[in-house]
Design a protein around this ligand. Structure first.
Ligand code: GUN
Length: 298
């Protein structure tokens, strides 16, 4: 069988970022609106600091105003909640993102619940989770939104496909499953207690792997011609003594069986920030009762 089509997340994300920049320019020209995104970073986790910096750069490139708030790791929860209340009330701020993970002394659930659902560009607030599962338009988590765009880049109509989601996290697995269901797939959510995972995967036309285990999904688990989206980003030791990034799928072998597959890096990763920008545009428009220029039908 021919090698799988590679799904180029960098190119698809770059195209979305251009669409976002055009939508931002249109919002400003027609309505005088400059979308704004506030990112809150608590503590000094180096990976989180890198993400927050790249979000600020991506905002600048798209014409979105960005506001960065860095708090010490020992910030009392009440001070973080006060900051969020201020951002909820600030009309320049359309999107609020609190970078996870938070220090152990701060309960993420309470922080997320304090964000105005209309500004919850992560789509983690219970109101947005409820909307997603109810099929009501709302703000959708960024990585899952990116996964759907990647799938639709190779198959516009997903109706009737058997989809297996590996992983049941709040950030990826569950919301991806909700979006696949909304796209009329028949969805199975598999997890660490699933019996005969290989057989469950082999029945799938679509596999979305989001478990955080390097190369766990084997080629023999993939149905010939299936679409494979690899959300995993795992750093492992490389042959040369350094490290390298690999996904949750045994890429080289799976590529021989799948119909289309995302690489790691260069697949899902670049989509997350592009979708965050798209969500910020959506929030800016909907807060003013305007239609979202990127999804006019919602
Ligand atoms: N940490 C890892 N992924 C994410 C994400 O999508 N949003 C936030 N806020 N934190 C994260």
């Amino acid at each position: 069988m021919a090698e799988a089509q590679l799904i180029d997340g960098r190119a698809i994300a770059a195209a979305l970022r251009r669409q976002v920049a055009a939508a931002v320019a249109e919002l400003q020209a027609r309505h005088g609106v400059v979308p704004g995104l506030a990112a809150v970073l608590v503590g000094d986790d180096p990976a989180s600091a890198v993400y927050v910096r790249s979000k600020a750069r991506a905002c600048a490139a798209a014409g979105i105003a960005s506001f960065e708030h860095r708090l010490a790791a020992d910030t009392p929860p009440a001070a973080l909640l006060d900051l969020i209340a201020g951002l909820n009330a600030d009309d320049r701020v359309d999107g609020i993102l609190v970078q996870l993970p938070l220090p152990p002394a701060i309960e993420a659930r309470a922080v997320i619940a304090a964000i105005d659902p209309a500004k919850d560009v992560d789509g983690f607030h219970p109101v947005n989770v409820g909307r997603l599962w109810s099929g009501v338009p709302g703000l959708v988590p960024c990585t899952p939104r990116g996964v759907m765009l990647l799938l639709r880049s190779v198959r516009a109509d997903l109706a009737g496909a058997a989809a297996v989601v590996l992983g049941r996290s709040q950030i990826v697995g569950r919301p991806v499953a909700a979006l696949l269901l909304a796209a009329d797939c028949t969805v199975t959510i598999a997890h660490s207690k699933t019996c005969d995972l290989a057989a469950v995967c082999r029945a799938a036309d679509i596999v979305v792997a989001a478990v955080g285990r390097p190369a766990m999904v084997k080629a023999a688990w993939i149905k010939p011609g299936a679409l494979v989206i690899d959300v995993g980003i795992n750093r492992i030791a490389a042959e040369d003594g350094g490290t390298r990034l690999v996904g949750d799928v045994d890429f080289a072998a799976a590529r021989e069986v799948a119909g289309a597959i995302t690489p790691v890096p260069g697949g899902v990763g670049p989509m997350t920030i592009a979708c965050l920008l798209a969500n910020t545009v959506a929030a800016a428009a909907r807060r003013r009762r305007l239609s979202d220029p990127l999804q006019p039908s919602d």
